[in-house]
Design a protein around this ligand. Structure first.
Ligand code: F6P
Length: 346
């Protein structure tokens, strides 16, 4: 049995733990693994690397992915699907493990429907994939963001400023919610809830009235102003370029919000965009363990011929779910969880 492994989409800490686990478990079965370089791009161009025991030695604690990644979408390339099928045959692959988020696994799902033997492993710092309680990479991102917010807290207090920290989260506010709650943010703004400037200002003033002269706001990059405050801006984009999956680059809502708050309150306000720092460096123990469990289970899924499925965490168990269920709807923050965070918005 020969298995191809690829990592697609934005990288995240824990990818190497998954790759290592897949290779180690495969070797137990006497199977061979090859790495496909740079996501789906490596299957379009036949760019591969052998993955033996030595190749995955010493990578568990390393961030990023030893296989490289890209946002290449075979369905945006002429004849892309056929090229993938031809190259899988040329490489002699019996099955493929795709490690990625909704875009990479969406492609995997389509290829599986067309007849390719593929299983998925859920990866994204955004934690917005359906069907799994957590994706690996998320815990590391949350801890990095929490640490940054803690640090910003002390300077906010010294200068008596409003400090806005922008974290990643295009359509879902999981990083903002977890890092904001963990670091004691005074307001958390997420894509699922429109930004209402007046509510933010009333929290800032209520804190001032009880002698708290600084405020900490955590905002997810995809948060939007409410309809009636539309003139303040919508998605704030760095540029208008779209990637192969049609996503605009975000980044900057914190700057816009800082201007609005300073203009309306006269209080000095500063913005910090954490950006890719959240995706870098060594994975937490949680992500190493989760990635390892997903990797081992992905091989089990191939053994059980559960193609078209994705490894998932449910409670404390690793199970498999249909890729269809995982990629067709995003997992977003619900009202109940937001209400918990809201208790502390004062
Ligand atoms: O999908 C993960 C993610 O980190 C998002 O949170 C973010 O919007 C996006 O990737 C950034 O993508 P890129 O690294 O291509 O700029």
């Amino acid at each position: 049995m020969k298995i191809g492994i690829l990592t697609g989409g934005g990288d995240c800490p824990g990818l190497n733990a998954v790759i290592r686990a897949i290779v180690r478990k495969s070797l137990q079965y006497g199977w061979e693994c090859i790495g496909i370089e740079n996501g789906w791009k490596g299957l379009i161009e036949i760019d591969t690397t052998p993955l033996d025991l030595n190749a995955v030695s010493g990578i568990l604690q390393k961030g990023g992915t030893i296989l490289g990644t890209s946002r290449t979408n075979p369905y945006k390339i002429e004849n892309g699907e056929q090229i993938v099928f031809d190259n899988v045959a040329r490489l002699g692959l019996h099955a493929l493990i795709a490690i990625g988020g909704e875009d990479t696994l969406g492609v995997a799902n389509n290829l599986c429907k067309a007849g390719l033997k593929v299983v998925g492993v859920p990866k994204t710092i955004d934690n917005d994939l359906n069907g799994t309680d957590y994706t690996f990479g998320f815990d590391t991102a949350v801890n990095i963001a929490m640490d940054a917010i803690d640090r910003i807290h002390t300077t906010a207090e010294s200068h008596k400023r409003v400090m806005i920290i922008e974290v990643m989260g295009r359509h879902a506010g999981w990083i903002a919610m977890h890092s904001g709650i963990a670091a004691g943010a005074d307001i958390i703004l997420i894509p699922e809830k429109d930004i209402r400037v007046n509510e933010i200002i009333s929290v800032i003033y209520s804190r001032l009235n009880r002698g708290r002269k600084f405020s900490i706001i955590v905002v997810a990059e995809g948060a939007k102003f409410s309809e009636d405050e539309k003139d303040e801006g919508q998605f704030v984009t760095q540029d208008q370029k779209l990637d192969a999956f049609g996503h605009i680059r975000l980044g900057g809502v914190a700057n816009l919000l800082a201007d609005v708050i300073e203009r309306k309150t006269g209080i000095e306000t500063r913005a910090t965009i954490l950006g890719h720092i959240q995706r870098g460096g060594s994975p937490t123990a949680f992500d190493r363990v989760l990635g390892t469990r997903f990797g081992v289970y992905a091989v089990e899924m191939i053994k059980m011929q559960k193609f078209g499925c994705m490894a998932a965490l449910k409670g404390t168990d690793i199970i498999d779910v249909e890729l269809d269920d995982a990629v067709n709807n995003l997992k977003t923050v619900d009202e109940k969880f937001y209400d918990t965070a809201r208790v502390f918005f004062n």
